[in-house]
Design a binder for this molecule. Structure first.
Ligand SMILES: [Zn+2]
Ligand SMILES: [Zn+2]
Length: 146
């Protein structure tokens, strides 16, 4: 429950009114350990606010994304996943075999950012990257199998 205060302040600073629905959507995301899909956010908020429309969830998520408060990532498991950016920038390495998701610190991409800026004079804004591949466990299995 510590994260949403920052988000509330950020919204108020840029003049957005925090309606009860927006507040509950934010809290649902802030209280979640990992990532939530729009449907999961909808389900969570509806336990307290039964008349919430899924289109309101999508509109609010679009707003929060535009404000860089929430990130949207395709983790390769169906619907896009949402997460508060105030939790700190991080990225995910996702195994396409077993579905394992490894969290990687933002610093993992430092050399990539540096290379893009040196070679292309391009400033990359990578907030939440999902990289697909094979984890060490599954790589081992494949080798054992021949
Ligand atoms: Zn994430
Ligand atoms: Zn794996």
């Amino acid at each position: 429950m510590t994260h949403h205060h920052e988000v509330v302040e950020a919204l108020q600073q840029i003049g957005y009114r925090l309606t009860p629905q927006r507040m509950m959507i934010l809290e649902a995301i802030a209280d979640s350990e990992g990532h939530l899909s729009a449907e999961e956010i909808h389900e969570t908020v509806r336990t307290a606010y039964p008349y919430l429309d899924i289109s309101t969830v999508y509109r609010t998520l679009d707003l929060l994304k535009t404000l860089h408060l929430v990130s949207e990532t395709d983790l390769g498991r169906g619907p896009a996943q949402y997460e508060l950016l105030s939790k700190g920038l991080h990225h995910h390495l996702i195994c396409t075999e077993c579905g394992e998701i490894l969290d990687a610190p933002n610093s993992l991409l430092d050399s990539l950012r540096h290379a893009m800026s040196e070679e292309y004079d391009f400033h990359a804004e990578i907030e939440h990257l999902a990289v697909f591949g094979i984890c060490s466990n599954c790589k081992g299995d494949a080798q054992e199998a021949g």
